[in-house]
Design a protein around this ligand. Structure first.
Ligand SMILES: CC(C)(COP(=O)(O)OP(=O)(O)OC[C@H]1O[C@@H](n2cnc3c(N)ncnc32)[C@H](O)[C@@H]1OP(=O)(O)O)[C@@H](O)C(=O)NCCC(=O)NCCS
Length: 181
């Protein structure tokens, strides 16, 4: 059974070891455990864990501020990839976006990350720019992608589903920002 859990200071410690395992298996320059601790304290940040039969298999982290979302992290455990879990996480983020009348979603992705780029394209994200040598570990360019939700009609696109009730959180206000993955 698949479920989604909003990480908070009260529950994140239970999952941090597994999150960090997935993070280090997924990225050449992984976030630290403390970075995840900071995310759950940040009022604009939403860290959602994907549980399969109670075990964390992936997560997505995004910031909501000024009516826009910045996707800052998404990963699925390597052993669980290719089974639709990335799809599920993005769908849930889009449902959340729809529930908050979000205008646009932004993200950066490594130019070489064809898997993630295909996933985003499938959801309608388009390339809107590049950041030269954005990733300092290997000087790789970032592809900036966005999904303009304001342009879509209410019953068009993957965010058309009824908003999920899983996120009963206060409206966020901007605090900090930092470079993402
Ligand atoms: C990107 C990631 C989250 C996808 O998770 P996943 O659970 O494997 O994805 P899904 O099985 O839901 O597949 C969703 C889509 O991703 C794309 N995709 C998945 N595996 C792929 C592969 N091996 N090659 C090309 N595209 C692939 C496809 O578009 C697929 O849609 P389709 O099945 O309709 O063709 C996962 O590969 C991952 O954790 N990667 C490492 C971390 C990362 O790069 N995060 C993104 C940073 S910007």
């Amino acid at each position: 059974m698949i479920s989604l859990l909003r990480m908070a200071p009260e529950n994140v410690e239970l999952y941090l070891e597994r999150i960090y395992e997935i993070e280090t298996l997924s990225f050449p320059a992984p976030w630290s455990i403390n970075a995840f601790r900071q995310e759950v304290k940040n009022p604009v940040s939403h860290l959602l864990g994907l549980l399969v039969s109670g075990t964390l298999h992936g997560y997505v982290c995004f910031w909501l501020f000024d009516g826009e979302i910045q996707l800052v992290n998404i990963a699925v455990h390597p052993k669980a990839r290719g089974r639709g879990l990335g799809n599920y996480l993005l769908t849930k983020m889009l449902e959340f976006a729809a529930s908050r009348s979000t205008q646009a979603i932004w993200l950066e992705v490594r130019r070489s990350n064809r898997t993630a780029r295909r996933l985003y394209e499938k959801f309608g994200f388009v390339e809107v720019g590049r950041r030269r040598k954005y990733y300092t570990d290997n000087n790789e360019d970032a592809v900036v992608m966005s999904l303009n939700l304001a342009e879509k009609s209410p019953d068009e696109g993957p965010h058309k589903e009824k908003p999920a009730q899983a996120w009963n959180v206060p409206a966020p206000s901007p605090t900090n920002s930092r470079d993402s993955f």
